[in-house]
Design a protein around this ligand. Structure first.
Ligand code: ATP
Ligand code: MG
Length: 239
């Protein structure tokens, strides 16, 4: 059991798309060295939860507290500066810049108590990116762009990394590299919230899991507890 104080507390977060009430009171906590797997059926609100934490979708009410500091209602850039990084499902790269230039765009001064990442470490995670460091990012494969987006986010030295379906559409070998990277990142002291559609990967990489249904967290537990609960799997996770 991880007994460290939560780095990120999300409390009773609500959000709408127009009149549609999509987040209906999301509550979750993330401690240091945790990977919280946010799982659930399609449309359960996982991506919106990440966007609302990041300020990309404006929460109508609720709390997003990072290291004791209230961030709900702040602008995405302020939230990024406070120490939350977001890797969206759509890989965000600067297509006309090289891999190296993309990485440099992500670099930020390192606050205290957070691991300071270097480009060399990124290349250790993903040797393929090193081989392609002079290539324009727009020419990379989808998998390489995903690796680049993760690396660029890490170089901002975040306390918390929010990552939305990083393995979507990737070849098995790249899925393995990305999962290993996430598993290692949390050991280095970054907290991760991972939205992952593939339950086997979520179970393997997460240290704790939160199951979303109808716009809120309906259950939480260790990967073993979730995997062993047939009724929960059938009710909230089966397609
Ligand atoms: N930009 C948007 N405008 C209006 N409705 C949206 C928008 N984005 C998502 N929704 C709706 O909000 C609900 C939650 O969507 P969200 O993307 O958060 O789900 P999810 O759990 O990430 O699922 P998936 O990734 O499989 O779509 C869904 O009913 C979806 O149709
Ligand atoms: Mg989604």
């Amino acid at each position: 059991m991880n007994t460290e104080a939560p780095v990120l507390r999300v409390g009773d977060l609500h959000a709408y798309y127009g009149k549609s009430h999509v987040l209906r009171g999301v509550t979750l906590e993330v401690r240091r060295r945790e990977v919280v797997g946010l799982v659930g059926r399609n449309g359960s609100g996982r991506s919106t939860a990440l966007k609302a934490i990041m300020g990309l979708v404006r929460p109508s009410s609720g709390r997003v507290v990072l290291d004791g500091r209230e961030l709900a209602g702040r602008r995405p850039y302020e939230i990024a500066r406070a120490g939350i990084a977001y890797v969206p499902e759509e890989r965000e790269i600067f297509a006309n810049l090289t891999v190296d230039e993309n990485l440099r765009m992500g670099m930020q001064p390192c606050p205290e108590g957070v691991p300071a990442w270097t480009a060399a470490q990124m290349f250790d995670y993903f040797p393929r990116l090193k081989e392609r460091r002079g290539t324009l990012a727009g020419r990379l494969s989808g998998g390489e762009q995903q690796m680049l987006t993760i690396c660029r986010s890490l170089l901002g030295n975040p306390r918390v990394l929010l990552i939305d379906e990083p393995t979507e559409g990737l070849a098995p070998q790249i899925v393995a590299a990305v999962s290993e990277c996430i598993a290692d990142v949390h050991r280095q002291g970054v907290s991760v919230v991972l939205v992952e559609q593939k339950l086997t990967i979520a179970l393997r990489v997460s240290t704790r899991m939160c199951v979303m249904g109808h716009g809120r967290v309906v259950r939480e537990g260790t990967p073993q507890e979730i995997a062993g609960n047939e009724e929960l799997l059938a009710q909230w996770l089966a397609v």
